[in-house]
Design a protein. Structure first.
Length: 202
């Protein structure tokens, strides 16, 4: 597999979704809160499609795919159309995800979970059962205590970056605070006292 994981800023990027059924809804959910400008084209559009997506109710055509779009999600139930749409994306050098053959597209949309500032993307090369298993069990690894400590250390990092005397030490300082003892203190309800101690370590 040549796909590699990256986090991309999609704010104001135009994304075209071809198809308006259940699969399109699932794919659309991946863009929620991203600031992407979504255009969805389908002969019949599911009522669950949110208002923030531009909806065009007609049959999609290959000519709808232009360089004006940063990415295309091909989510129709017409295999022949999907194949032609994928070829057009490749010709135009546009990133695309093909829902009926995920491994053939230039973009894979993984399962995604947020725990505060911690973002996790999960993909298992076309075996969704594995991704779902990992997704369900993430909470046992990324606990609420870890999410809270991560947010606190982010604030500390911002403070340290503003102080030249700590710039070369910030990695060591932050790494030293990420430990089981501090996680346990948060679990016991000592977050505020820990926060005061950590923010005063500057």
């Amino acid at each position: 597999m040549t796909h590699k994981p990256f986090f991309i800023d999609l704010h104001s990027k135009r994304v075209l979704i071809l198809g308006g059924g259940e699969i399109a809804i699932r794919k659309l959910g991946a863009f929620s809160g991203s600031g992407a400008l979504i255009t969805l084209i389908a002969p019949k559009i599911n009522a669950e499609i949110p208002e923030w997506a531009e909806k065009i109710e007609r049959n999609a055509t290959v000519d709808d795919i232009t360089k004006a779009f940063f990415m295309v999600i091909i989510a129709t139930n017409d295999k022949n159309f999907n194949e032609n749409a994928a070829k057009k994306c490749e010709t135009e050098e546009i990133l695309y995800n093909r829902c009926d053959d995920g491994l053939s597209g230039s973009v894979v949309i993984p399962m995604h979970k947020k725990h505060g500032i911690i973002s996790t993307a999960i993909y298992s090369e076309g075996v969704p059962a594995v991704s779902k298993y990992v997704y369900k069990n993430l909470d046992s690894v990324i606990t609420p205590e870890l999410a809270a400590l991560a947010a606190l250390l982010k604030d500390l990092r911002t403070e340290l970056k503003s102080k030249a005397s700590f710039s070369c030490k910030k990695k060591e300082i932050i790494a030293g605070l990420l430990n089981k003892e501090n996680l346990e203190r948060i679990k016991k309800g000592e977050f505020e006292s820990l926060k005061q101690e950590i923010m005063s370590c500057q």
